[in-house]
Design a binder for this molecule. Structure first.
Ligand code: 13P
Ligand code: SF4
Length: 367
């Protein structure tokens, strides 16, 4: 999309959609879905609101959504109910004829924004000077297309929380060291589980352009980019201590985007999909405190009423950017297709997409 196109793009939801009742919004969405059939595909990430999930053709975590995008050849329009980096991934993995739409362009991800391509290229030069050609870049899919492309160009790959261990193991068959972008916590938790000690990991701060590391830099095996998820960082060791004092019968399960201390103190940790499966398989009457996004925790509590499911942090709120996608924005996107005036199209330029797909494919063949 050119700058001129961007300037002319109406990013703000037209007032009429705010005035409609929920029943009317739902009815119109249903009608458009019926009209388009398989030509329209609505994937929804598990952290989306219930009102949106109700209309999703498929739901999934980041890995499942990427796999579904790659295999869906029938849809002309993919209305992605998730955040910007997920819609970019869908655009990279689908054909040129398929149009990917994000119902609200403000649905970004603060973690993805923490690794900027210019900072990354500059840091890479430093790493080459310090370590020579011994570093393989891995990026969490929660990153911009430009960062995925950077990894693709440099022999690296993407990872998700479902396959991070497998991908880090693979990376060490390629090079002596890895750079893990942009989530330091997922990187640290994954490497630690594979037997890499904390003193073999250095944090790279892209703002000060310096390592946070005390020892001999030659001992470093994992360079962790100093990024994090502002949602998962809100779960604390204090939350765990308090809950265990109040009711020791709770099992605590957290996402590996939580800090290392929280993951170590929890009873279990796993990707969004692992958390969903664990609660499905849990015994009736069991009690669970969950450290992940609030829309999902509320849905799991509702779904498993034979178990007690609560948020590990009682003051938690949903991921604000995920929450930007709501029923009015979904209908706005769908009606724009119907009127042949598509809004909020996500397009990754060809060169970036070609490089990024190499990183994604290195993951998808091993997923
Ligand atoms: P997963 O879907 O890989 O568990 O990632 C969680 C997340 O934070 C998505 O934004
Ligand atoms: Fe980004 Fe965290 Fe929200 Fe996921 S939950 S979209 S990583 S801010």
């Amino acid at each position: 999309m050119s700058v001129l196109d961007l300037m002319n793009t109406p990013f703000v939801l037209p007032e009429k959609y705010r005035q409609m009742t929920t029943a009317e919004l739902q009815q119109r969405v249903r009608e458009i879905k019926e009209t388009f059939g398989e030509k329209l595909y609505i994937p929804g990430h598990h952290y989306q609101k219930d009102e949106v999930i109700a209309f999703a053709d498929d739901t999934g975590d980041s890995l499942q959504l990427a796999q579904q995008s790659a295999s869906n050849k029938k849809a002309d329009y993919i209305v992605f109910c998730g955040v910007h980096f997920m819609a970019e991934t869908a655009d990279i993995l689908t054909s040129e004829e398929q149009t990917v739409i994000l119902p609200d362009m403000r649905a970004g991800c603060s973690m993805a924004d923490m690794a900027d391509i210019h900072q990354t290229e500059a840091a890479w030069d430093v790493f080459q000077d310090v370590f020579g050609d011994t570093v393989l870049p891995l990026t969490y899919v929660n990153s911009t297309a430009a960062i995925k492309a950077f990894c693709g160009r440099n022999g690296g790959a993407t990872v998700t929380s479902s396959n991070a261990k497998k991908m880090v193991e693979w990376a060490f068959t390629q090079k002596e060291r890895i750079l893990f972008l942009p989530d330091q916590h997922l990187g640290r938790n994954t490497a630690y589980d594979l037997g890499i000690t904390l003193d073999e990991m250095a944090v790279w701060d892209p703002v000060t352009e310096a390592f946070e590391y005390d020892g001999d830099i030659n001992n470093v095996k994992v360079i962790l980019w100093k990024g994090h998820c502002s949602v998962h960082e809100k779960f604390t060791v204090e939350n765990i201590k308090k809950l265990r004092q109040q009711d020791p019968d709770y099992s605590i399960i957290v996402h590996p985007e939580c800090t290392h201390e929280v993951v170590q103190q929890a009873d279990y940790n796993g990707s969004t999909n692992d958390i969903i499966k664990t609660l499905e398989q849990a015994a009736p009457g069991s009690k669970w405190a969950v450290g992940t996004e609030m829309n999902l925790v509320a849905r799991l509590a509702n779904l498993h009423q034979d178990k007690k499911v609560i948020s590990l942090n009682p003051n938690m709120c949903p991921c604000l950017t995920m929450n930007r996608i709501d029923l009015p924005h979904l209908l706005w996107a769908l009606e724009s297709i119907k009127q042949n005036e598509v809004i909020n199209e996500i397009t990754v330029d060809k060169q970036t997409a070609n490089d990024a797909i190499r990183a994604l494919e290195r993951m998808l063949v091993r997923a």
